[in-house]
Design a protein around this ligand. Sequence first.
Ligand SMILES: Nc1ncnc2c1ncn2[C@@H]1O[C@H](COP(=O)(O)OP(=O)(O)OP(=O)(O)O)[C@@H](O)[C@H]1O
Length: 267
Amino acid sequence: MSEPYVLETHNLVKEFKGFVAVDDVNLKIQKGHIHALIGPNGAGKTTVFNLLTKFLIPTRGQILFNGQDITSMKSAAIARKGVVRSFQISAVFPHMTALENIRVALQRFEGTSFSFWKSGNSLNKLNERCMELLASVGLAEYANTTTVELAYGRKRALELATTLAMEPELLLLDEPTQGMGAEDVDRVVELVRTAAKGRTVLMVEHNLSVVRKLCDRITVLAQGAVLTEGDYDTVSADPRVREVYMGTSDSGERGAAGSENQTEVAR
Ligand SMILES: Nc1ncnc2c1ncn2[C@@H]1O[C@H](COP(=O)(O)OP(=O)(O)OP(=O)(O)O)[C@@H](O)[C@H]1O
């Protein structure tokens, strides 16, 4: 019997005009894990994510979801199968209330999947589910607040709830704490922990303290290839990991986060 991997890649390669951005990457994401993809700037994390969610077509290699080859499937098809990237299909509408945004997400999901509220009592069921989803991200009391009035962290929580409306089995999070202050970061850590219950999460995250708090397993990418893999303690003690982080001069908006990360790894 094969291992219970939700997602696997086999020798995944992405070249851009001869430049190898993703170099023979073999990932194995275990069911129920929160798995992080980390690495210095330019390591290939976003490109791997874009391959997994079909924003990009691999040059070579295979992507398997629950053992099924999904390499040539389109984004919408894999979303229906349960591979959903937050903020992928779930943009929020600023002038709708939080509740209305969730309702739109649920109705959109209904369009691509079965509908459990089509028969009798449908509206009540829909509203109940909306409130459940809002409560799951701590936004119950903001149900009737217009989205534009929500603080940044709460907007991200709402976006996450619209993603959860699609009932993902594998949730892909691309830098969920990007651009957040410490208080919002803590809230997102709790949020991801809650969202991860009963599902598998793969996240790209620059903030290594978030990775330490949340992730069961970490894959480190460097120059497009897997450098190493393991739990936080193993990976952060690996001198090669320290070296790739130390050897990176982060700049611009990620500069501060980059320095923090280096300190964290070096601890
Ligand atoms: N469309 C593209 N065309 C050419 N090169 C690209 C393209 N997309 C990414 N690259 C290159 O591939 C490499 C990996 O980029 P990628 O954005 O995946 O890295 P990353 O690990 O996500 O970095 P960051 O942490 O800065 O977001 C980089 O050298 C980048 O310049």
